[in-house]
Write a protein that binds this ligand. Structure first.
Ligand code: AMP
Length: 218
């Protein structure tokens, strides 16, 4: 399945706010793209570390690329890892970046729902698991965005979504209720690549771990 040259390492990252936080950390670890990722239309970039390339894809595709070995490493939010739920990679490092919380939220002051609760979310697997563990009966409605609209439009009673400052919920008349998981960006590594490219990947992970540690000291 893995067609990469064994002397090369491909790291899958995600564009957007996570990239802005992750790139400085990679630079501190000696891995900087040779072009400005944000202003280029390219999707794969050589870096200052010989043999190491960075590819830029959607966050929800990072686990897939790493599971199948088309990327050796990836950086992805814990929310997407919990939702994806694969055995195909290791999760050796918490970058402690892009921290947020996965929470339930409901219209401000809403009375608890009697009977089955309608829950709108992008995170259908996590949501089903969470409420099953609580012994609560729910109907999960999968949406791909603008979840905050679902309660006011009568589609759902509550939502399960990412909360950072809480401003998005507030602006839509919602309040956070239960904490489902603390989220941050994680490094994932393809299991076979870690064995076959151990001499390259191990020091790279070490450099990243040191950069995380150094950042925590600031
Ligand atoms: P906030 O208004 O600060 O609570 O941000 C909430 C929205 O921003 C959510 O609906 C998410 O779509 C997005 N968001 C905030 N932090 C993150 C993160 N670390 N990872 C992914 N999405 C996030």
């Amino acid at each position: 399945m893995n067609s990469n040259n064994s002397q090369k390492i491909v790291i899958a990252l995600t564009k957007g706010r996570i990239l802005d936080e992750v790139l400085p950390l990679f630079e501190a670890a000696g891995i900087a793209p040779l072009e400005d990722i944000n202003s280029s239309r390219k999707l794969i970039f050589d870096t200052t570390m010989p043999g190491v390339q960075i590819m830029v894809i959607r966050g929800s595709d990072v686990p897939t690329y790493v599971e199948f070995g088309s990327a050796d490493l990836g950086v992805v939010g814990k929310d997407l890892l919990l939702e994806y739920g694969s055995e195909g990679f290791y999760e050796p490092l918490d970058l402690k970046l892009a921290k947020c919380r996965l929470m339930t939220a409901a219209p401000v002051g809403a009375a608890p729902v009697a009977g089955r609760i309608k829950v709108a979310t992008k995170f259908a697997n996590i949501t089903k698991r969470y409420f099953a563990e609580q012994g609560v009966q729910v109907d999960v409605i999968k949406l791909n965005g603008a979840l905050e609209l679902a309660p006011s439009m009568g589609l759902a009673d509550i939502i399960v979504d990412i909360v950072d400052s809480g401003n998005t919920l507030k602006a839509n008349g919602l309040e956070p209720l239960q904490l489902i998981a603390q989220i941050s960006s994680r490094v994932i590594v393809n299991k076979a690549a870690l064995k076959m490219k151990h001499a390259l990947i191990k020091p790279l992970l070490q450099c990243l771990a040191e950069a995380v540690e150094a950042r925590a000291q600031v």
